[in-house]
Design a protein around this ligand. Structure first.
Ligand SMILES: Cc1cc2nc3c(=O)[nH]c(=O)nc-3n(C[C@H](O)[C@H](O)[C@H](O)COP(=O)(O)O)c2cc1C
Length: 178
C-alpha cells in the first residue's frame, strides 16, 4: 500500500511522531507549509491556505495526517490540507500527539471530540484515528503538572515505555488495514 505521511507541527512533537511513522513504514513524508504561519489566526480557526505539496496526493493509497490539537480544534493547517486535497485522498489515518489524556478524550478540549470532527469532514475516507497524549512520556509526579505538559516534546530519549508500545501496536494496526 503506497503511503505518505503529511504533517504539521509547531513545537516538534508531531514532527517527531510523523518522522517515526515514516521511517518505520519506509514511506514518503512531507510537511504542510501554511501560506502564512500565523499561530494566533490558526488558534481562531482562520484558514489562509497552504502551499501546494511537492508530492502528488492522488498517487498514494493512504495518507497518514499528523498534527497537534489546539483549543479542541482540528487545526487550520490540517483542515486546509484536507480541504485542498479531499478529492485526491483515497483513505486517511489521523494521528496526533496532543495534550488531552485518554480519560479526558471526550471532554471539551479532548482528542475524541476532534476525531469526531475529522470523521465528519472526511466521511468514509477516514479509516482510523490514533492519539499519543504527551502525558505518556511524563513521569508519575509530573502527570498533573501543566508546565511539564507544555514544555515536554517527543524525542528519542522519552519515546520509550508505554508510548513506544502503543506506537508499535498502532503500526501493527496499520499493517492489518493493508
Ligand atoms: C495554545 C494551545 C492549545 C492547546 N489545546 C489543546 C487542546 O484543546 N486539546 C489537546 O489535546 N491538546 C491541546 N494542546 C496541546 C498540544 O496539542 C500539544 O502540545 C502538541 O503536542 C503540540 O504539538 P507540536 O509539538 O507538534 O506543535 C494545546 C497546546 C497549545 C500550545
Amino acid at each position: 500500500m503506497k503511503t505518505i505521511v503529511v504533517y504539521y507541527s509547531r513545537k516538534g512533537s508531531n514532527s517527531y511522531l510523523a518522522g517515526r511513522i515514516s521511517s518505520t513504514l519506509s514511506c514518503e513524508i512531507e510537511k504542510i507549509r501554511p501560506r502564512l504561519n500565523a499561530f494566533m489566526l490558526f488558534l481562531m480557526g482562520i484558514h489562509l491556505g497552504i502551499k501546494p505539496l511537492k508530492n502528488e496526493i492522488k498517487d498514494y493509497d493512504r495518507v497518514i495526517l499528523c498534527g497537534p490539537i489546539w483549543v479542541g480544534r482540528f487545526i487550520a493547517p490540517l483542515r486546509s490540507f484536507v480541504k485542498k486535497y479531499k478529492k485526491q485522498i483515497k483513505e486517511l489515518v489521523f494521528v496526533t500527539c496532543c495534550g488531552s489524556t485518554f480519560d479526558k478524550k471526550n471532554e471539551k478540549f479532548g482528542h475524541g471530540l476532534v476525531f469526531n470532527k475529522v470523521r465528519k469532514i472526511l466521511n468514509g475516507k477516514l479509516v482510523h484515528c490514533e492519539a499519543f497524549p504527551i502525558d505518556l512520556v511524563l513521569s508519575e509526579d509530573k502527570k498533573d503538572d501543566e508546565a511539564a505538559f507544555m514544555e515536554t516534546h517527543l524525542n528519542d530519549s522519552n519515546f520509550t515505555g508505554e508510548i513506544l508500545e502503543r506506537f508499535n501496536e498502532f503500526i501493527q494496526k496499520l499493517n492489518r488495514f493493508n
